[in-house]
Design a protein around this ligand. Structure first.
Ligand SMILES: [Zn+2]
Length: 66
């Protein structure tokens, strides 16, 4: 379901990695989604959803510093 207009500018990249814009479960913004992640609040509370590229990089950087 393509609701957007393809400009042709970024179609080369899109062939390999389709950009998905969705609501990030971390920051709540509509961003380009990097992957799906699960947040574990407790043993019985988890939240699985899309994670944007910005939060992905922020969290991976934090993980590297530790
Ligand atoms: Zn985010």
């Amino acid at each position: 379901m393509a609701w957007y207009n393809a400009t042709g500018k970024e179609n080369d990249k899109s062939l390999y990695e389709t950009p998905v814009i969705d609501r990030c479960i971390f920051c709540g913004n509509h961003e380009k989604i990097k992957c799906e992640m699960t947040i574990v609040f407790s043993e019985f509370e988890t939240n699985t959803g899309p994670m944007c590229t910005r939060c992905y990089h922020a969290n991976s950087r934090k993980a590297l510093l530790k």
